[in-house]
Write a protein that binds this ligand. Sequence first.
Ligand SMILES: C[S@@+](CC[C@H](N)C(=O)[O-])C[C@H]1O[C@@H](n2cnc3c(N)ncnc32)[C@H](O)[C@@H]1O
Length: 250
Amino acid sequence: MKVYRPNFDAFSREDYANHIISPAKNPEYFNRFHGPMVDALVNRFGSPVKILSLACGYGDELAFFEKDRRVKLTGLDISNEMIAKNRERFPGMEFAVVDVAVEKPKKGAFEGLVAVNATPYCPDKMCGYAFRALRRGGRAAMNFYTVSNEKNTCILSEIQKLGAVMRRISLRVRGKEFPMLEVDNSGRKTITKEVGTQLWFATQKNIEDLLSLIGFKIVLHQSFDVDDGSKIVASTETYILEKPRLWGVF
Ligand SMILES: C[S@@+](CC[C@H](N)C(=O)[O-])C[C@H]1O[C@@H](n2cnc3c(N)ncnc32)[C@H](O)[C@@H]1O
């Protein structure tokens, strides 16, 4: 599989806001997923809870936690530029430049994790990294995109018209095959070519099979409509996941 690495260093904050669609800064998304997950973690572990934002980009999902003294936040991303900007914007948080596809986190270092629009990049690696980074009994909120969700038909055909090349491929993880749609954006004419190659799951069942294979327990699943401020453009599958406890203890 020929993978074009994403290059989000190319996106200024303005470019990012104008071209990239994400539920990260939607308060409804926070209120449905990140907020309740953190409340549950504080109840379980006491505060402060350590939360990792995986592939945090410009940190839109982090902004909701800025004044929350119950959490200690760390954001990581492969993009140097984004991490440098986040250090200025959120001086109270920790940041690191990390390539999740090649590096391993310290095992069990976080009670919670959020990953918004991160999994289209190496979904198996993103999920594996999340699992390892969490302590037992810890939880992650992660979203995924599927081809089978009919609300995504329109965005996929738009992306194709703009020059993306799509191929059905199979992603092999621990001996199991996962049918995926590979979306190679490198031929697009605008800055959006820099988002690189993304992988969309065929079905929701495929996502859940991968999550089980990694070892996660699914606590919650909900579809969430992502809008661009005026209309729904895509629909994402969001999960609250738990790293199971061993023998009932953390
Ligand atoms: C669509 S953005 C999402 C950013 C943010 N979470 C949001 O929703 O606005 C995807 C992010 O994944 C990061 N990324 C892609 N591959 C990565 C990797 N292998 N390791 C770490 N970050 C990666 C990109 O640099 C980019 O910031």
